[in-house]
Ligand binder design. Structure first.
Ligand code: ZN
Length: 277
């Protein structure tokens, strides 16, 4: 048996391999996914035996890696994880938080000129978007059917309750069906951050950490926990208080918490694609 041929030798012998569409290149796929969906792969460069450097993917961005060090946030995470959650139907996802084609990265829209009232994007799509819209619908349908998927959980009294059409055996003893809070899947064309921004804008109503009259949720605290990203609406005062816990360096660096802004800028500029902000 002959020794394994190099790719260059193979291409000389079989030129049509150059057009092989069934290429396997995990790294390229990951970066293409990052461009379309915003899942940023993280990792490190490692030197191989032949001296060349190779990028090894070790995971994806984790939001607020220091969250568990803060007792209040840690308690809030435990409380959030104990709540019952259900993914609403795709039509409801669009109605509640605009999780649809027009608001996804797939439309690849630039920033529009600022309008505080935002733009009606429901009819916005390009001629060639049909396949994309179909794939997005399929991915949201899969999420509704209970496929495991990255999802965003908003902790807010304004989150709608969902009462799915359950089999009889899931009913309570008295025959009633207890509802659960809506959770928001990160479908095709979305990043967890983008879903969080939409959900915050359309549904967040009060700061998770205080009951100040001026506790407007100007920020959202993002906390990764496995496949789920918890989103805690946070007012300006509480953001400063939570962040100050880490400022002295005893509990991790000041980079230990990740906040998103909820200032209406994205809504006012027509929800531009992540890469065009
Ligand atoms: Zn607050």
């Amino acid at each position: 048996m002959s020794a394994q041929m190099s790719r260059d030798d193979l291409l000389v012998k079989y030129p049509s391999l150059d057009r092989d569409i069934h290429r396997v290149d995990r790294l390229t796929d990951l970066f293409e996914a990052a461009a379309t969906q915003g899942h940023k792969p993280v990792g490190q460069w490692k030197r191989r035996r032949d001296g060349r450097e190779k990028f090894v993917v070790t995971g994806h961005v984790t939001y607020s890696p220091g969250a568990r060090n803060h007792p209040r946030i840690s308690d809030a995470l435990d409380e959030a994880r104990a709540q019952k959650r259900t993914v609403p139907e795709p039509d409801d996802l669009a109605a509640l938080a605009r999780l649809d084609y027009a608001h996804s990265n797939l439309s690849d829209r630039d920033r529009l000129s600022y309008d505080p009232d935002g733009y009606g994007l429901d009819e916005v799509y390009s001629i060639e978007s049909r396949l994309h819209r179909h794939k997005l619908a399929a991915s949201l349908h899969a999420a509704t059917m209970g496929e495991p998927m990255v999802s965003v959980v908003l902790i807010d009294p304004n989150v709608p309750a969902v009462q799915p059409d359950m089999p009889l055996r899931w009913r309570n003893k008295d025959g009633s069906v207890s509802s659960s809070a809506a959770t928001f899947p990160v479908g095709l064309g979305y990043s967890p951050k983008r879903v969080a921004e939409l959900v915050m804008h359309f549904l967040a109503s009060q700061c998770r950490w205080c009951d100040r009259a001026d506790g407007r949720p100007d920020f959202g605290l993002l906390c990764s926990a496995g496949e789920t990203v918890y989103l805690f609406p946070t007012c300006r005062n509480c953001r400063d208080e939570l962040a100050s816990f880490f400022a002295d360096g005893d509990h991790g660096s000041t980079q230990s918490l990740d906040f998103i802004a909820n200032d209406g800028d994205l809504h006012g500029t027509g929800w531009p694609a992540d890469r065009r902000r």
